[in-house]
Design a binder for this molecule. Structure first.
Ligand code: ATP
Ligand code: MG
Length: 633
């Protein structure tokens, strides 16, 4: 048995011993008396009886050994700001923010909604919340008033922390009017709003409700706010899933289990060491931002880069210039961002000294082979795909190089991560598919490991019914993704369970067809959906973004290219998988976190209402598809 196989086996066979050992990676104010309480499945309670604090583990405990080392590195290519906060400075800022929140009436267990651009005050606010035992509920700054209002009503925050504006590609995006509108729409009215004024956009204040951060901070410069030691099971935050498949779910996370899970992942997965720099290009509004911009790196004693700006402004080398400047050792991004870079000048990648960088981790969506190969070759560094969900908070599948070095396989996020008893089940019968190379639903046997969701915020029934009851006759956690596992234990994610199409009785994963189409040299990106067809039940429809759109400039050229692409699919997968049409668009509809909105594309193709589109990045993308499938008369 390999070292990793044994490590994983121990984590499943004797989770108490395994996790008790991992729990030593963090500080406890009171030791726990029970590792895992799974008396009431599927609700798992980790490190029962223990008391700890996330903020203490992320900030305070590093003061002695590395108080003057960098903790938070803020870089904005939007406002041309750059500022490094040491652990000591971060400690001071977080205490000031905590004192302000206390003054505004926030108590332990209260929710604080954070609606902020990528500025240091957002991280201060998150850390200040967990410091005093309040729950943060970060809402991605790109959401507009209706999405924000629904989250305000769900979280019922005592206080909202916000800013005058964000900035994207040089354009100021005002936040305050959207926030005011959201509070107007919402049934719940937060008592206070704390405003960080960046001087980007003038805004009106509501008397008695809105407070000014700078003014309050000035009064609390010397604030000393001790950490509130909370039960390990005390919720640290709530966060919504991306809403790719429907109404977002409010994920509730604990304190102790999360801290242990992140600390362990920094060691075994990311191999980040204290004193080094971690750079995650995500946003604090997403789970990657929570786990791997704010908490994970800081818990590990690393500096973390918080970057406000685009990956291609001022030029496509900006990220790599930060890698060089701050000697980044571990980097985390998403395939969608890599595809953006792929369209730029490849020379950008060789302009900077990247010798500090050990690996680039990618997650969030399937990493197609062409994209993986391109970035691996351009960087000359290991690319490590990792598969997980907002619900789990940290990777389910990846390569744990910190336990034992192992090769990656293109197209596979890797093996089951320690702590996760991952299985593939037959969707119809619920039978386990133990032999390799069989396609099934990816499920996790309970209890979920530390760090995963405790429940759906204020909705235990939705937690049980949504996640644990989808497979007949078994209580297992469903990821709602299809997968396959090879002889070596490597998983391949084949798409979401609702992304399977049925062409004349053949069940096809849209992901497989997309992979095939992506291998055409002129295809930058593609989405495939199943569309109802009276003859075949369903047919595959493909929408592709071209690297060189001029090759489809005329209808004749487009038809020729369409034929070429269909031939690729015929050769690789067979004629049964050939899409009925391959259409060319300038941009694909995605969630703001970069995930393809297949359900919306499918609805448009079937002339149905695309449903909840609050998470869409660019509404014109869907319009382009509408115009193609049902041209305006
Ligand atoms: P919702 O659950 O609200 O529909 P969502 O599933 O898009 O939204 P997230 O939790 O942000 O919300 O995304 C998790 C999903 O993203 C996974 O279930 C999987 O479908 C996809 N995913 C994440 N990482 C990978 C990866 N490395 N490879 C393939 N798919 C991935
Ligand atoms: Mg999901």
């Amino acid at each position: 048995m390999t070292r990793y196989a044994d490590f994983h086996r121990r984590s499943i066979a004797d989770p108490d011993a395994f996790w008790a050992e991992q729990a030593r990676l963090i500080d406890w104010q009171t030791p726990f008396t029970r590792v895992c309480d799974y008396d009431e499945p599927p609700f798992a309670r980790w490190f029962v009886g223990g008391r700890t604090n996330l903020c203490h583990n992320a900030v305070d405990r590093h003061l002695e050994a590395r108080g003057d080392q960098a903790a938070l590195i803020f870089v904005s290519t939007e406002t041309q700001q750059e500022r490094v906060y040491s652990f000591r400075e971060l400690h001071a800022e977080v205490q000031r923010m905590a004192a302000i929140l206390l003054e505004l009436g926030v108590k332990k267990g209260d929710r604080v909604l954070v609606y902020m651009p990528m500025i240091p005050e957002a991280a201060f606010a998150m850390l200040a919340c967990t410091r005093i035992g309040a729950l943060h509920s970060v809402v991605f700054g790109g959401f507009a008033s209706v999405s924000l209002a629904s989250r305000i009503d769900d979280a019922e925050p005592a206080v909202v922390v916000s800013a005058d504006a964000g900035s994207r590609g040089g354009k100021v995006v005002a936040y305050k009017p959207l926030l005011d509108e959201a509070i107007q729409i919402a049934a719940h009215k937060p008592a206070r709003v704390l405003m960080v004024d960046r001087g980007l956009a003038a805004f009106s204040r509501v008397e008695g409700r809105d407070a000014d951060y700078a003014a309050l901070r000035a009064r609390h410069l010397d604030a000393g706010v001790p950490c509130e030691w909370v039960e390990s099971t005390h919720p640290s935050y709530t966060l919504y899933t991306s809403g790719t498949t429907g109404r977002p779910k409010g994920v509730q996370r604990d304190t102790g289990g999360y801290a242990v899970a992140l600390a362990a992942s920094m060691k075994h997965i990311f191999c980040g060491n204290p004193g080094e720099t971690y750079f995650s290009t995500s946003d604090i509004g997403w789970v990657v931002g929570h786990s791997y911009i704010v908490y994970g790196p800081l818990i590990a004693g690393m500096a973390t880069i918080m970057y406000e700006g685009l990956p291609i402004r001022p030029d496509a080398a900006v990220w790599w210039s930060l890698v060089e400047k701050y000697k980044v050792t571990v980097m985390f991004s998403a395939p969608t961002a890599v595809r953006v870079l792929k369209k730029q000048d490849p020379a950008a990648l060789s302009k900077h000294d990247l010798s500090s960088l050990r690996a680039l981790f990618l997650a969030g969506e399937p990493l197609d082979e062409p994209t993986a190969k391109w970035i691996a070759e351009s960087l000359g560094k290991p690319i490590i795909d990792n598969y997980w969900q907002t619900e789990t908070g940290w990777p389910i599948l990846t390569i744990c190089n910190g336990v034992e070095k192992a090769p990656s396989k293109f197209g596979s996020p890797g093996k089951a991560v320690y702590g996760y008893d991952v299985k593939l089940l037959d969707e119809q019968t619920g039978e386990e598919l133990a032999e390799p190379n069989r396609k099934g639903v990816v499920v996790i046997e309970g209890p979920l490991p530390p760090g995963c969701m405790q429940t759906v915020w204020r909705d235990d029934a939705r937690f049980v019914n949504t996640y644990w009851k989808s497979v007949p006759g078994r209580m297992v956690y469903s990821t709602f993704d299809w997968g396959i596992r090879d002889e070596d234990g490597y998983f391949f994610i084949l798409g979401r369970t609702d992304d399977v199409i049925n062409v004349a009785g053949h069940r096809l994963g849209t992901r497989e067809i997309e992979e095939s189409i992506s291998s055409h040299p002129n295809v930058a990106e593609v989405a495939v959906v199943g569309v109802a067809d009276t003859l075949k039940g369903q047919v595959a429809m493909a929408f592709a973004v071209l690297k060189d759109p001029s090759r489809a400039a005329t209808p004749e050229a487009a038809l020729k290219l369409e034929g070429e692409i269909m031939k690729v699919v015929d050769e690789q997968l067979g004629a049964v998988a050939r899409p009925a049409r391959v259409r060319f668009v300038g941009v694909l509809p995605k969630t703001r976190s970069g995930k393809l909105l297949r359900r919306a594309i499918q609805a448009v193709c079937e002339s149905r209402d695309p449903g909840d589109l609050t998470t869409i990045e660019d509404p014109t993308a869907l319009q382009q598809i509408k115009d193609l499938v049902a041209p305006p008369a």
